[in-house]
Design a binder for this molecule. Structure first.
Ligand SMILES: Nc1nc2c(c(=O)[nH]1)N[C@H]1C(S)=C(S)[C@@H](COP(=O)(O)O)O[C@H]1N2
Ligand SMILES: [Mo]
Length: 200
């Protein structure tokens, strides 16, 4: 236990209201990846859009030409660690979506990643002001382990929704569970309600 307490601790009272039930704070930033870490150069990186939206394809420079925003957000992993005040730079989902012609029938999105990971979200959870694509972490280019060159961040849900190495957005009109949603995690994953495990 001693070792564990070097890295994980109970929150100070002033921070405790920001820490969801059953979570411990970590000062470091653990890496949580199922499988291998893909190596992608920015010049080869692309983001494809398909399904219930006009098919589209975005290169790295397309993304860099969009409005860039800085974010400071808390990060909650379902394995019980939380990291407060993570500083990112990237592109708001709402700014990105200005470039997408969405079919009005679309109600869900499936995020597809380099390496094969997937996770799904209802559009209401995806199209929030606070959601973004991230390419910079604490002022440095996002490293491969944390999802570089480009990942997504969904601050209001457990971090398995924050897909690393994002490569595709598939818009659909049904719930199509992604990797962890099929493998025991909750279908939505609200940390404030402790939606950890699912029943799919
Ligand atoms: N492509 C991909 N994205 C992923 C994962 C993964 O295994 N593959 N793990 C998820 C989980 S469970 C968490 S907690 C966060 C961890 O992000 P980090 O490794 O930057 O801490 O990424 C999420 N996004
Ligand atoms: Mo996680």
């Amino acid at each position: 236990m001693a070792d564990r307490y070097k890295f994980f601790h109970k929150p100070d009272p002033e921070q405790s209201e920001r820490v969801p039930p059953g979570q411990y704070l970590t000062k470091g930033f653990p890496v949580l990846t199922y499988g291998n870490t893909p190596a992608i150069e920015t010049e080869n990186w692309e983001l494809k859009v398909w399904g219930l939206a006009a098919p589209a394809r975005f290169t790295w420079s397309d993304m860099m030409a969009m409005a860039q925003t800085e974010f400071t957000k808390d990060f909650h992993c379902v394995t019980r660690w939380s990291k407060l005040d993570v500083e990112w730079t990237g592109i708001k989902v709402t700014d990105f979506m200005q470039h997408i012609e969405l079919d009005p029938q679309a109600t869900w999105v499936v995020k597809h990643c380099y390496g094969g990971y997937t996770t799904n979200l209802p559009l209401d959870d995806f199209l929030r002001e606070e959601n973004f694509f991230a390419h910079t972490l604490f002022g440095e280019p996002l490293n491969a382990e944390h999802g570089g060159p480009m990942r997504t961040i969904v601050p209001h849900l457990y971090a398995w929704k924050s897909a690393k190495w994002i490569n595709g957005l598939e818009f659909v009109n049904t719930e199509e569970p992604g990797f962890w949603e099929r493998n025991g995690y909750h279908r939505r994953g609200d940390p404030w309600k402790e939606e950890r495990y699912g029943d799919l």
